[in-house]
Design a protein around this ligand. Structure first.
Ligand code: PMP
Ligand code: GLN
Length: 419
């Protein structure tokens, strides 16, 4: 058979996402790897951000009804009209973000939305700035578009929260003139929620560099503790340069449906659609209709889901915080707490994760896997692990017991996580 190595792109994309092993073989994404580790060690899997509670029955009924109603052929390239107007209505209702159907493009999850936007809007050889740690699809998409990635760390702060290093941001913008600035808010994995002052900086930098602001708002409904999500398009001085991306998977416990969207000025939306139509053309016909009905009519489930998530976060995080010497973040949003083991061990996050899997049956995502080798964020999160509390209440309870067992062991033997 022909040699796969004569094509460069797949290798460069996998490499950008850190998936080429030292021996040259291809690794699975970090989420797949950690799911396999959890299965092999019979651990509770707090890795991938895949909900352990199901989508609501009314959503499933709406999908069945749409299938019975004949929505089983290709949807239009932009998406079903009902879906486009539902996204516009939801944005206006939930965030006072005025959007028309003309601005909305259906995508196969936020992942396709981000990739199509980067492919469409990045000049060859252009630079994309993202905050770090970051979602693993960004570097792969930037590589596919022939660009380069620069990063600005989001770091732990003294008060227990997180924040971007704005000095580095200003330096990186001045030095690299990025064509696209990606803003993931609420942020995976730290839960940091960008506020008005942050957007003032991002907006001014985008104007200075003449950059697009590409957002990733997949956790838009999951700001905890009564806080609010501020869409970047509502907060920057020049919203015409904002390309908004979000999806329904997290809010509706339906990550497998891959229902996402782009919102941009109509001519920008058309440009992104020109690329998207040759990635998938279209997908999820009846699911678009079902989600449209939920988005347009019913946000009760989303509010319940947020409350339930908050309750599971409290159970898991209080157990994590009982571990002496470790520091677990109190999440402001999203699915995750970040736990720093650096005061307890000289091992890195991958080794700590393996040890905790083998001895305590707990698996998370090592945060350095979401960073670039050698970066400031990679150093800061050297021994940090991300744990998901979006799992079932039973899994969260079991995990909480396991963390308390770890705490007891460390009380008697504080060196038990050392290399
Ligand atoms: N961005 C972030 C920050 C994520 O955590 C995820 C994972 N769900 C995605 C994008 C991808 O979203 P989707 O499943 O809708 O493609
Ligand atoms: N977004 C999910 C997470 O951060 C994982 C999605 C995936 O498996 N690619 O855990």
């Amino acid at each position: 058979m022909p040699d796969v190595m004569r094509a460069e792109l797949w290798h460069a994309m996998a490499d950008a996402a850190g998936l080429i092993r030292a021996d040259g073989s291809i690794g699975e994404t970090i989420y797949g790897q950690m799911t396999a580790l959890a299965a092999a060690t019979e651990s509770v899997n707090l890795g991938q951000g895949a909900p352990g509670t199901d989508a609501p029955p009314q959503l499933i009924e709406a999908a069945a009804a749409a299938m019975r109603g004949g929505f089983n052929q290709y949807a239009p390239g932009q998406g079903h009209a009902e879906f486009l107007s539902a996204v516009a209505a939801q944005r206006t209702r939930d965030f006072a973000h005025r959007v028309t159907s003309e601005q909305v493009l259906f995508t196969c999850g936020a992942t396709e939305a981000l990739t199509a936007s980067i492919l469409a809007l990045l000049p060859r050889g252009g630079t994309v700035l993202t905050f770090e740690p970051y979602y693993d699809a960004y570097p792969a998409a930037v590589t596919a578009a022939g660009g380069s990635l620069v990063t600005v760390p989001i770091l732990p702060r003294e008060d227990g929260g997180f924040g971007p290093d704005w000095q580095v941001f200003d330096e990186v913008v001045a030095a690299t003139h990025p064509s696209i600035i990606i803003v993931n808010t609420p942020h995976n994995p730290t839960g940091f929620v960008f506020g008005p002052a942050d957007f003032e900086r991002v907006g001014a930098a985008a104007v200075a560099a003449d950059a697009w602001i590409l957002t990733d708002e997949v956790y838009e409904q999951l700001v905890l503790d009564g806080g609010t999500h501020l869409p970047p398009a509502m907060a920057v001085a020049d919203p015409g340069r904002v390309v908004t991306v979000s999806s329904a998977g997290k809010s509706w416990n339906a990550t497998g449906w891959k229902i996402g969207w782009v919102i941009a000025e109509p001519e920008v939306r058309e440009t992104i659609q020109a690329v998207k139509q040759f990635l998938t053309f279209t997908s999820g016909g009846p699911l678009q209709i079902a989600m449209a009905r939920m988005l347009a009519e019913d946000s009760r489930f989303v509010a319940e889901n947020r409350r339930s998530l908050q309750a599971r976060a409290e159970v898991l995080v209080s157990a994590c915080r009982s571990v002496p010497g470790a520091r677990a973040s109190i999440p402001a949003s999203g699915y995750f707490t970040v736990m720093d083991f650096s005061a307890l061990t000289d091992l890195d996050a991958f080794a700590v994760n393996e040890r905790l899997a083998e001895r305590f049956s707990i698996v998370g995502i090592p945060v350095p896997a979401l960073c670039r080798e050698g970066s400031a964020a990679h150093r800061a999160y050297r021994a940090s692990i991300r744990y998901s509390f979006c799992k079932s209440a039973a899994d969260v309870d079991r995990a909480a017991q396991l963390f308390r067992a770890l705490a007891e062991v460390l009380e008697t033997d504080p060196d038990s996580l050392r290399g």
